[in-house]
Ligand binder design. Sequence first.
Ligand code: DP6
Length: 390
Amino acid sequence: MQEEHEIEMVTCSAPVNIAVIKYWGKSCEKKNIPLNSSISLTLNQDHLKATTTVATSKGFESDKVWLNGVKQDVVNNARLQACLNEIRSWARKQAARRKADAKELLKISQKIHIASQNNFPTAAGLASSAAGYAALVFALGQLFSIEGDLTRIARRGSGSACRSMDGGFVEWIAGTDEDDSIAKQFVPEMHWPELRVFIIVVSKKKKDIGSTGGMKNSVETSSLLQYRVSDVVPHRLTAVKTAILEHDFSAFAEICMKESNQLHAVCQDTYPPLLYMNDTSKEIVKLVHKYNDFYGSTRLAYTFDAGPNAFLFTLDPFANEVATILNETFGFNSGDKFFRGLSVKANEPLPYECGTLEKSVEYVICTNPGKGPKVVMDETLLSNKSGLPI
Ligand code: DP6
């Protein structure tokens, strides 16, 4: 890399999202078109985010990517290639339309360096690829001043990434082809500010079977998945939207838990079965039902993606009590370090006796609804002199 070549770069961050109506199964693997529409909540970037710097220069010799400081294989990464190709093709079309000058056209043909970092465990069922691809596509959009809906490009990176391209509740409309399978904000993050999400990190380990391979096996072998797509999801999509619009936590929570249960039932119905939840995950399911049963109303809900970590939804007035129960059950009074994110008081009077399950939870992140991707002005992951990771 020769010193005299100018390097243009931009840094962006993007949030994690947690699905309420789950995406599981594709109708087209190549274009990443899902079998059903899904809905998720975007989480606050103050607590979970991917940060990505993208840079381009005449002096770069090839496209290069570093993830959490480790150089990645770019050539054999079909999803990354799909995103880069799409971005370049959109950039070229839009540049031609606005009769861009030679310098701008040259920029589009240059190689790109990408560095990305998460502030949470990668590939442990915490939607790291969603945040990562959303940050990447958003940043590339900024670098090349691309206009239009970029969710369809993020989708090519990782399906759920398209839902991290906006804040609040976001719907990924399944569509039938390349251009109509897009994500749209349903309501912004301020629609339901009392919502709280506890992320119980049961394991920081990378999962055994990734979502992509897992859902492929489900499509091929699970008859429950077909029933789910045709008969269950359409009703739940309508019902959950109504619950969200009406701030009906009890209805929202019930759909959320049933969705999670059905996703994992489909996983069990896959041959050979996909076992993402572990014993601690199952204890968390029991804990939530015990809590709701105690009050005779649904104050707490769980949802699990393709991993053992739990996402619990509750409302602000119940957050401290829930934190106290989690601390009592899993934290064995480890105090502040056990909880990260929004501050919680985990020393409320307990409503009932909780059993202790030692050492089965790493830590808990408390967060709330958040906004979509943004440009970050005061941080960069690549040097503006060498274009290499700092
Ligand atoms: C269980 O988006 O990771 O989290 O499109 O193959 O990259 P690919 O899959 P991915 O799948 C996420 C599945 C899920 C449910 C969801 O987020 O809706």
